[in-house]
Design a protein around this ligand. Structure first.
Ligand code: URA
Length: 234
């Protein structure tokens, strides 16, 4: 059985604890220690009003060539008030065909990672840096990412997650504007507009590099701790 599948099974077998969120002492201590952010998520432009309106705008968007080659724009999905948000790179073939993020093989692994973290997919929000599929599953170019950035910024501003998990180097590069590789960036919290952000490995990478799953799990456990969730002991 896959590493995250085992963890997800253990989490599912655990009696469901009352969910502890922003009132958890560890989270309050974290907030108290944190210097006032220069900007907050509330300052992000939200002129497209609602997630639905923003999603409609993404579906119409032709600001870069990806908009003409797509089958579907993949805006994102999940709880619009999610406390936890995952951000990937961009849709692949399965996502382009379905219009939903992370539904292919990498998405199936992401589902297991989310379950291992004791969350349900419906209670988090999943989005990507670019909303349309880069051909051949290549990474988005800086120009494509820049044209699309306002969608993600507004999405974050509307959802106001308590924690963001960045999946892979592109997400870290374009949201945090950090050039370091994911191996250097992962494993410690950074910040985006006052929101703690944990960069970790992309599930597609974890499918190729099984041995990196333990590091990814250690990153995800740091995120769980912010919500007062702790892994189930085997
Ligand atoms: N990879 C991503 O980065 N995003 C998806 O939605 C699917 C695969």
């Amino acid at each position: 059985m896959d590493f995250f599948e085992q963890l997800a099974e253990l989490a599912a077998a655990m009696p469901r604890r009352k969910m502890v969120r922003s009132d958890h002492p560890a989270w309050q201590a974290f907030l108290a220690d944190r210097p006032a952010p220069p900007e907050t998520a509330d300052d992000a432009p939200t002129d497209m009003g609602t997630l639905a309106a923003l999603g409609d705008a993404a579906k119409m968007c032709r600001a870069c060539p990806l908009g003409t080659g797509r089958l579907h724009a993949v805006f994102g999905e999940g709880d619009p008030h999610a406390k936890l948000m995952f951000i990937g790179e961009g849709p692949g073939a399965d996502e382009d065909a379905s219009g939903r993020p992370f539904v292919g093989r990498a998405g199936q692994l992401l589902d297991k990672m989310i379950a291992a973290m004791q969350f349900r997919r419906e209670e988090v929000y999943i989005a990507n840096v670019v909303k349309c599929r880069p051909p051949g599953n290549r990474a988005p170019t800086p120009e494509e990412a820049q044209k699309c950035a306002h969608f993600l910024e507004k999405q974050i501003g509307l959802i106001k997650p308590e924690v963001i998990v960045l999946l892979g180097a592109s997400a870290a590069k374009y949201l945090l504007r950090r050039e370091e590789g994911i191996t250097r960036l992962r494993g410690r919290f950074l910040e985006y507009r006052g929101i703690p952000v944990m960069p970790t490995y992309h599930p597609a990478f974890l499918l190729r590099q099984e041995s990196a799953k333990r590091d990814a799990w250690s990153d995800l456990q740091q995120v769980m701790a912010k919500f007062g969730k702790y892994p189930v002991k085997k």
